[in-house]
Design a protein around this ligand. Structure first.
Ligand code: SRM
Ligand code: SF4
Length: 552
């Protein structure tokens, strides 16, 4: 048998994810926590980071790195009440950098929390009925669901599944409550025995998304498990299930690759759907690679054991057969900006939040606007997988007041005047907090788009909804491998340019040029846009055109 990876040993010895986190928190000599605890706090929704912009300066002064923590909330389906938004806003200002980051998985992150602020942060979240349990680590993460309630009359019913799946796959350990909320330790540890995760949890992170066709806004095939709602005669009849999606690779390691999930069958009804999801997780628990973390995601398990074996094993564990995949069609993968009304007559305003950074800038004071909206108590907040926010569930009588707030703070102007390309683009966090970043992403993409937009105008392509995504490394956090134009960081100021992904997230892109800098990026796009503009067929997307021209 292959050797267990170091993280496997840490998990096993962690006493239900407790480790020595308490002791680490009390150590005032350092801003960091012990190495083993760094792996364990991920399961509690946090990452230890440091300000990479200040590494050199600190090293020159012989100071330790400027350590801080990032915390990520668990928000199945990406929903917050106005009271909860106010709580997050307050905590961000008091305990973190003040910027609230909407992630590509429909939740919120706060950065820059020093060690002593973690406990007060989690306490405040708890008071607002929020938690960060299992948003990181080798466990099921935040469960996604198509965000816009106008998508379908059964949106609320499908949305409910995100919460139920999230709860079904929560760890049983009380460590989070004991460490952060001072709950009394259990007298009988048997009460927290975990039939799903046992003592080693999963071999790697595990991601689930639910899509409501025709919009694939959640990028369902990028997940370990994708559920696609099947709606017949306005009734939710069940879900098509896809397994083995994941978008990361490692430069120079040919054994790693991005992969879209494979459809394996249809399941009717709630009981069978939940059972199938649960048992997919147990198969991965029992058969995933626990020695090489680079090859531990479900996608590699599926490719190693084969789809047929996996299906048979799933049917054996669930005790029922999967039905043939039912027909569903995706026609888009985007956010519907501006005002829209759902079947019940409630209003929704989708606002552009560039790369998910909620902050006040000279052009638009998005953070102040969202706080003012929350203070009215007349709207909920829904986050999209494209890092935007939907001001939600607004009654007709309250719409004008909400609109006035969005207008006053420049949110409407920002959303409406931004180019189509900017609205459909996305970048990951990258520098200065992400330890894995090789290049900039969210700090760089806005400026690069300033230079790409004139090229699109020059070739009369400004109305094309081309999906552009950038990540600071090949881990794919802004799903750059599933973009029509993907930029994947290779080093400071340098990116692989990827082309040929489709519009709806059913085809990955491929490398067109490696390791290029801005000048070459712009020259290359100028030539490509010129050809696309001159030779595209009616309705042909940039990604499809790239494939037809065999650019990749
Ligand atoms: Fe991610 C690691 C940020 C979505 C694939 N991701 C990281 C870390 C935590 C870096 C680290 O391990 O220390 C980044 C923290 C940066 C920071 O300072 O905040 C990070 N990932 C993000 C976010 C915030 C990007 C964003 O700008 O929105 C997204 C948070 C999602 C959430 O709310 O849970 C985020 N990450 C994704 C996605 C997209 C998705 O899931 O739809 C992917 C690709 C899909 C996938 O999982 O295959 C993704 N992140 C990774 C990977 C590669 C995993 C792998 O299979 O190898 C890593 C590295 C790792 O796990 O070792 C990673
Ligand atoms: Fe960091 Fe890479 Fe993810 Fe960007 S893609 S947030 S650089 S791990």
């Amino acid at each position: 048998m292959s050797k267990k990876s170091a993280i496997e040993i840490i998990k096993e010895a962690s006493d239900g994810l407790r480790g020595t986190i308490r002791e680490s928190l009390q150590d005032e000599i350092t801003g960091a926590i012990r190495e083993d605890d760094q792996a364990l706090i991920k399961f509690h929704g946090m990452y230890q980071q440091d300000d990479r912009d200040r590494r050199e300066e600190r090293a020159a002064k012989k100071l330790e790195r400027l350590y801080s923590f990032m915390i990520r909330l668990r928000l199945p389906g990406g929903f917050l009440t106005p009271e909860q938004w106010i709580a997050v806003h307050d905590v961000a200002g008091k305990n973190a950098t003040g910027v609230i980051k909407i992630t590509s998985r429909q939740t919120l992150q706060l950065h820059g929390m020093i060690k002593s602020k973690i406990k007060p942060t989690i306490r405040s979240f708890n008071e607002a009925k929020l938690d960060s349990i299992a948003t990181c680590g080798d466990i099921n993460r935040n469960v996604l669901c198509s965000s816009h309630p106008k998508e379908s009359p059964i949106h609320a019913e499908v949305f409910g599944y995100a919460d139920r799946i999230s709860r079904l796959l929560m760890p049983k350990t009380r460590a989070y409550y004991e460490i952060w909320l001072d709950e009394e330790p259990l007298l009988d540890k048997k009460e927290e025995e975990d039939p799903l995760y046992r003592d080693r949890y999963l071999p790697r992170k595990f991601k689930i998304a639910i899509a409501i066709p025709p919009n694939n806004d959640v990028d369902v095939f990028a997940n370990d498990v994708g559920l696609i709602a099947v709606i017949e005669n306005n009734t939710l009849v069940g879900f098509n299930i896809a397994i083995g999606g994941g978008l990361s690779s490692t430069h120079g390691n040919p054994d790693t690759y991005p992969r879209l999930a494979t459809l394996i069958g249809f399941v009717p009804g709630e009981e069978k759907t939940l059972k199938a999801v649960y048992e997919i997780a147990t198969i991965q628990r029992d058969h995933g690679n626990r020695s090489d973390r680079k090859l531990a995601r479900l996608k590699y398990t599926v490719d190693r054991v084969g789809i047929d074996w996996f299906k048979e094993e799933l049917e054996r564990r669930t005790g029922f057969a999967l039905e043939p995949v039912r027909k569903t069609i995706f026609t888009s993968r985007k956010d519907h900006f501006g005002w829209h009304q759902n079947e019940e007559g409630l209003w929704y305003y989708t606002a552009l939040i560039e790369n998910g950074r909620v902050t006040d800038e000279a052009t638009a004071q998005v953070k102040s606007a969202l706080l003012a909206v929350a203070h009215t108590g007349k709207a909920n907040f829904r986050f999209t997988c494209n890092q935007n926010v939907i001001i939600s569930d607004v009654k007709e009588a309250d719409k004008a007041a909400i609109e006035a707030i969005l207008d006053t703070y420049g949110v409407i102007l920002l959303t409406e005047k931004s180019s189509v390309t900017r609205r459909h683009s996305m970048a990951c966090v990258a520098l200065p907090t992400c330890p894995l970043a090789l290049a900039e992403a969210q700090r760089y993409l806005p400026g690069l788009l300033d230079k790409i937009e004139p090229l699109l105008h020059k070739h009369q392509l400004q109305q094309e909804e081309i999906i552009i995504r950038m990540t600071g490394c090949p881990n794919g956090c802004a799903r750059s491998y599933a973009a029509e134009i993907g930029f994947v960081g290779t080093g400071p100021g340098r990116y692989n340019l990827q082309l040929g992904g489709d519009r709806v997230g059913e085809r990955l892109n491929k490398i067109y040029k490696t390791d290029i800098a801005e000048e070459e990026i712009l020259q290359t796009l100028d030539v490509l846009f010129n050809t696309f503009s001159a030779e595209k067929n009616m309705g042909e997307t940039f990604g499809d055109f790239a494939l037809r021209k065999a650019w990749v």
